[in-house]
Design a protein around this ligand. Structure first.
Ligand SMILES: Cc1cc2nc3c(=O)[nH]c(=O)nc-3n(C[C@H](O)[C@H](O)[C@H](O)COP(=O)(O)O)c2cc1C
Length: 359
């Protein structure tokens, strides 16, 4: 019996019983139709500004096991104006295009449509619209989650992008600015009606920067309201969380953010039976430095690595030590030496990353 069917039992008020071993892997490996594409697996990397950069995605791709990767959010104006790979949020490797979805933000339907056309012309697998970001720098310009206050305009943006491209169109959104599941369900319906091929739903209100628990039950409500696939997102920190999210909500797939930064092999671990050894922590920490300097100048590589380190540190009992060593390093050589020093003594690894460090 699939996890999805078991969810249906729960929905009928029948008792929930935990999925048998292997059920999660089987579910995540079930291909899923998203618009014109069939994605091979139902586990995706979330869009993560500055963290989900081209070098980090290359690291993840080295392990494999995901269905698709979302890019960092990218401003539609610069993409529409012809911003190319020099702009850091809009960088990619040719090899990843078949499974890379470019996330765009913006508030003008025509500009978003033009940007999406450029994304499609470059050969991306899909385009994603950001209606979830609530940082002031984005919302101040009426972009990201700010558009959830104006459902008509948000749906016009989706419709304009839909008209402009035939590649799969994703929409990522939050509950809204109030804790109102009815409004979130209404929004989901508008996005699907406007032509979205799949939704990623992060069930938190917009002002909440991940401090309170996401309300997974809302994912189930959104899933029941639309016929397009719905990906659940928010606070999946281990395989049991992932199973529970699928079983409790009936979502079609799961999008992982912070856990994937802490454990870039997690997709391969859950979908392909990859078994991480102690050494994978060390090699991953060192490999990312080389990948970053392959794509960025040294100061940018150092800044990107420091962001990654904050989440990677959550794996270790003495994670703060790792984090502070990385932060003190002012050159790439010093960074490599600092990371090597940390692993000179085998670190104690937590069964699941320390959530308090994953803010
Ligand atoms: C550092 C950071 C950057 C993020 N950047 C983006 C972004 O560019 N676009 C977006 O839609 N969401 C962004 N998010 C939100 C994540 O995609 C995701 O919704 C959130 O982290 C919850 O998922 P998780 O619990 O699996 O991390 C970001 C989150 C973090 C922690």
């Amino acid at each position: 019996m699939s996890i999805h069917l078991r969810y249906r039992n729960v929905a009928r008020g029948e008792p929930f019983f935990p999925p048998e071993s292997g059920a999660l892997e089987a579910f995540l490996n079930r291909p899923l139709q998203v618009g014109s594409c069939v994605v091979p697996k139902r586990l995706f990397l979330a869009p993560l500004s500055k963290l989900g950069n081209v070098a980090f995605r290359q690291l993840v791709a080295g392990f494999g096991g995901f269905g698709a990767l979302f890019s960092e959010m990218t401003g539609s104006r610069s993409v529409a104006a012809g911003g190319g790979p020099a702009y850091s949020g809009f960088m990619w490797r040719k090899a990843e295009l078949p499974h890379l979805v470019c996330q765009l933000y913006g508030d003008e339907p025509e500009v978003m449509a033009l940007a999406a056309q450029r994304v499609a012309a470059h050969g991306f697998m899909g385009v994603d619209i950001n209606f979830g970001c609530c940082v002031a720098a984005v919302c101040r310009h009426n972009c990201g989650a700010a558009l959830l206050k104006d459902p008509v305009r948000a749906a016009r943006i989706v419709a304009a992008v839909r008209k402009a491209v035939s590649i799969p169109l994703f929409v990522k959104f939050r509950t809204g600015w109030k804790d109102d599941v009815t409004a979130a369900v209404d929004m989901a319906g508008r996005f699907a009606d406007a032509g979205a091929d799949a939704l990623t739903f992060h069930p938190r209100v917009a002002p909440d920067r991940r401090t309170r628990q996401p309300k997974w039950a809302y994912i189930g409500r959104v899933k029941s309201a639309v016929s397009v696939p719905v990906f659940g997102n928010g606070n999946v920190f281990d395989a049991a969380d992932c199973q529970r999210m699928i079983a409790e909500t009936g979502c079609d797939g799961v999008v992982l953010g912070r856990l994937a930064v802490a454990r870039p092999w997690i997709f391969a671990q859950w979908t392909e039976g990859f078994r991480p050894t102690e050494d994978v922590y060390r090699s991953t920490a060192l490999d990312l430095i080389d990948l970053l300097i392959g794509h960025f100048d040294p100061p940018t590589a150092l800044r990107r690595y420091a962001k990654f380190a904050a989440y990677f540190a959550a794996n270790f009992k003495f994670g703060h030590f790792f984090f502070s060593l990385v932060h003190k390093a002012k050159t790439i050589d010093a960074l490599k030496a600092a990371v090597s020093t940390f692993f000179d003594t085998t670190p104690e690894i937590a069964l699941r990353p320390h959530i308090t460090m994953l803010r």
